[in-house]
Design a binder for this molecule. Structure first.
Ligand code: GLY
Ligand code: MN
Ligand code: MN
Length: 433
């Protein structure tokens, strides 16, 4: 792995919390994600299933985790099944995890080869009353035409054991994953730190007439050099009016003199993610109007992030942020207070310039799992990302940081990323790379 090894105490603790929520006499089975193939014989890379990773730390394809806390035999209480290597794999792909390595990573003593999974399961299955299986329960999951390993496991298990009870493992992990452990916070901080150095590289590389993808290349260079696995998501490098398309990521336009560029990018380190947005002037100097819009969004970020504290409901936080943005839209001359007073509450006027939510959980997923009907708690990590988009002026501005909630309020994990206008201009006008 590119990342430093993670103490297995994290996965031992996660399993113990997971098991505490399982119904009596049930077995949990978690599977690895598929390796996605492209047109021919190449693959698009492997990203581990986050629930499996959370509970085992095993970051290899074709892994299966089985937990049976009420098993009669001690050795059946937890086991990991891993892909067995062979001479062919060694020659073409290199080393795979040994049983000893998988045991060390996960803190699970019993490690078997994946071809033995069905037989081993059968020896315990009829002792148990039910199964917990993994499934993607994300609100915005994309499922069209994609059968996953989880779908296949559900189908297989229900065919083979039709009279058992079935339960959702994701219902438990979505309760546990939002509150981060010390070990996880360190990894999130590392991802945030790499984002900071990537942004500073962009500030020093940016000049008029560059293509947006040249700045994307600076982000990519820095994250790979820093030991991150990949971008947390396809980075957005959007100059001028492109910044008004919220998920623009073709990054193939020219950065013209006088425009502002929005960069929304994240780093995935050890499967943990950062998610940050900054806006910079192509020529190193914000115009008067860009400064006005930028300062308005920055005030919303500074004030709004103060509401990300224990005890508040995400919907109440979002309502407070809306008030801040609305006020700024009036000051910018984009909205009129009288018109707001009589607006249709179902179709508020601010939506013309500000059309997205401003806080999401972040962790093993960028838009991490967790219920938004749950009050914010210490240990959770949220983004804060207000924005104002004015296509008719060719200006789109969003600013985004990642905040760890603590008992007193929050800590900005991305505090080292330059955000003040003067600092951005100063860095852009010092030594270039
Ligand atoms: N980059 C996606 C987001 O900010 O949520
Ligand atoms: Mn973002
Ligand atoms: Mn975000």
């Amino acid at each position: 792995m590119r990342y430093e090894s993670i103490p297995n105490t994290l996965f031992i603790k996660n399993r113990s919390n997971f098991i505490a929520q399982m119904k009596p006499n049930t077995i949990a089975i978690l599977t690895a994600n598929d390796v996605k193939h492209n047109n021919a014989d190449d693959v698009m890379g492997f990203v581990q299933n986050n629930d499996l990773f959370y509970l085992s730390g095993v970051d290899q394809e074709e892994t299966i985790l089985v937990l049976y806390p009420d098993a009669l035999k001690e050795k059946n209480k937890a086991m990991v099944f891993i892909k067995e290597t062979n001479a062919h794999i060694k020659i073409w792909d290199g080393e795979k995890l040994t049983k000893e390595q998988a045991a060390l990573i996960s803190g699970i003593e019993r490690v078997e080869h994946v071809q033995d999974f069905e037989m081993v399961l059968q020896y315990m299955a009829f002792e148990a009353d039910g199964f917990y299986l993994g499934h993607n329960e994300h609100l915005k999951r994309v499922t069209k035409d994609q059968e996953t390993q989880q779908d296949r496991m559900i189908k297989w298990c229900k065919e083979k054991y039709p009279l058992h009870e079935y339960y959702r493992a994701a219902k438990i992990t979505r309760d546990l994953r939002p509150v981060k452990s010390i070990e996880e916070i360190k990894l999130l901080q590392k991802a945030a730190d790499i984002s900071v150095s990537s942004f500073i590289r962009v500030l020093k590389a940016c000049k008029p007439m560059m293509k947006e993808y040249e700045l994307e290349a600076e982000l990519t260079y820095n994250l790979v050099k820093s030991g991150a696995a990949h971008h947390a998501f396809q980075p957005i490098v959007a100059s001028g009016k492109n910044a008004c398309a919220l998920h623009y990521n073709t990054n193939d336009d020219r950065c013209n003199n006088g425009e502002m560029i929005l960069l929304d990018f994240g780093v995935c380190y050890a499967n943990y993610n950062s998610d940050t947005t900054r806006c910079i002037p192509v020529n190193g100097k914000f115009s008067k109007r860009q400064k006005e819009v930028y300062s308005a969004v920055l005030r919303c970020l500074k004030e709004g992030s103060k509401f990300l504290i224990p005890g508040i409901l995400p919907s109440d936080y979002e309502a407070k942020m809306v008030c801040l943005v609305e006020e700024e839209l009036i000051h910018l001359g984009l909205l009129n207070a009288d018109a707001i007073a009589v607006q249709d509450p179902k179709n508020p006027l601010y939506k013309k310039y500000f059309m997205h939510g401003t806080a999401h959980y972040i962790g093993l997923d960028v838009h991490d799992v967790g219920l938004y009907s749950r009050k914010i708690e210490a240990g959770m990590v949220f983004t804060c990302e207000p924005g104002i988009y004015i296509p008719e002026e060719g200006i789109g501005c969003r600013l985004e940081n990642d905040y760890l909630i603590n008992a007193k309020g929050n800590v900005n994990l991305t505090a080292a990323m330059p955000i003040e206008i003067e600092e951005i201009e100063r860095l852009m006008n010092t030594k270039k790379i």
